[in-house]
Design a binder for this molecule. Sequence first.
Ligand code: FAD
Length: 569
Amino acid sequence: SLSKLLVVVTVSGSAGGGLLAYSDSKPQHVENAVISPEGENKKKKVVVLGTGWAGTSFLKNLKNPSYDVHVISPRNYFAFTPLLPSVTVGTVEARSICEPIRKMVKKKDVSVSYWEAECLGIDPVNKKVNCRSTQNADLNGKADFSVDYDYLVIAMGARSNTFNTPGVEENAHFLKEVEDAQKIRQSIIDCFEKAALPTLSDEEKKRILHFVVVGGGPTGVEFAAELHDFVREDLVKLYPKVKDLVKITLLEATDHILNMFDKRITAFAEDKFHRDGINLQTGSMVVKVTDKEISTKALKNGGEVSSMPYGMLVWSTGIGARPVIMDFMKQLNQGKRRALGTDEWLRVEGTGEIYALGDCATIVQRKVMEDIAEIFKKADKDNSGTLTVKEMQELVDDILERYPQIELYLKNRKMKSIVDLMTDAKKDTTKESVELNIEEFRSALSQVDSQMKNLPATAQVAAQQGTYLADCFNRMEKCERNPEGPIRIRGEGQHRFKPFRYRHFGQFAPLGGEQAAAELPGDWVSIGHSTQWLWYSVYASKQVSWRTRALVVGDWSRRFMFGRDSSRI
Ligand code: FAD
């Protein structure tokens, strides 16, 4: 029979090298305790690093009682990140989007314990992770400990990427964590209160009320839209004397904002921002930031460098690997990657029992290109370079069935030729045949291939990966006992489970003024006020508990009735 949970943690650095023994969730200090006596604890020990989308989705879906699960994360709550931009201006309160992790992982069958600590390093040889409590300062040298594992699930997310632009780290706000959103909220009010003081010149007030957002992706765009609404709907009434000095600038290095969305959404968003008076500067790359000035370089027109004074800067240009992940990647000779490389079963390449998912990982799909090239060769039976529409449709269906994630990348502007060709083939039945230039296709596909390695860093991907991996863990024993069972992948013998396949359910871009854009599967694009209501319903339904759902809906209703709160608490 499986014994009661006994987890033993080595406390390095403490006098006498004592050990901490935890029974269920009650910790007690035990000097020189024996680590998991042989045979007493037959459960496999699963250590999960991170309590974000990937980690919690794994934990929620893990149902097999034959694991001892230990969760380690510096954050003892889960945060619903898609609503973070709303927290920056008080449309939604910070606590409404957070759920305590201990509440989320409480399970009847599976024993799960949680430690509020940060992973500092991974030792795959000795199967250990080294951790430090977030309460480091109060623990008199007892903050560091290491935990051994049978399986390790890395779901540590990513950090904001500054691309080493000088001055950004010191002067910009980021929008990644709940604390970031709270700081931004305070800082916006600070700027208004400062600008309202009688001692400042108009020039200084103008600078202070110049809000700059860097990055025209969904987060930057949504924040700019939220800020604009906050100013227009609430702050202009409270700060009438300075309202005309407010300016919001959105800087984007490429030619358009919301690049990953359908062109119609991009065009609508750009138009709306122009109408709203948001100063949209595309083709403009930030090269340096000081405490009062931002220098940008135009990517066209001879690369002219210019500077603008600003009061507050929010940096949202994408993500990079956390230092602990970078160290681990170096250990595995993966140093050149942007994230931990895994196979399609989410196992970290070069390791046995380590899995990585969510923003900290990237699936390396080596065979995709070769497979697709083969499919093309077969389709072009007579080697003419031309296919009939029917043949083309079959070919497209074949590729999409094998690689459903391609559909997502077909929308990318850069692959116009392949998009047009495939869209034609799917829709236009009036044409007898479609010109198929294999070489052109190959070059377009090489772009698909490199992009496919990088699934988008979204909550959708992270949550689906968590669910997938939990399912593998739930069935692991059964499959080990019967490896030739029906779920074994034919002939390949790589693993007992089907590889992870991402299903894209669409994406939203809230644009402010109670308008949003949505891109849903089947090329369905919806923009406007009704889409904003769809957004409300989807995000209310996606909340992780009835408590947060009630709080979020309550916050939205409060905002409709009384506006946003501008107190600087
Ligand atoms: P996270 O959710 O970031 O979780 C990482 C976890 O690891 C955290 O619990 C963290 O505390 C923990 N951790 C960090 N360091 C350590 C360490 N050293 N040791 C142990 N644990 C550690 N995606 C969408 O699909 N739709 C959206 O609308 C959307 N909007 C977004 C808006 C904003 C403002 C942001 C920032 C992101 C948004 N995303 C959205 C992206 C989405 O939030 C991420 O893709 C998702 O959070 C990735 O999940 P994850 O579990 O990999 O990482």
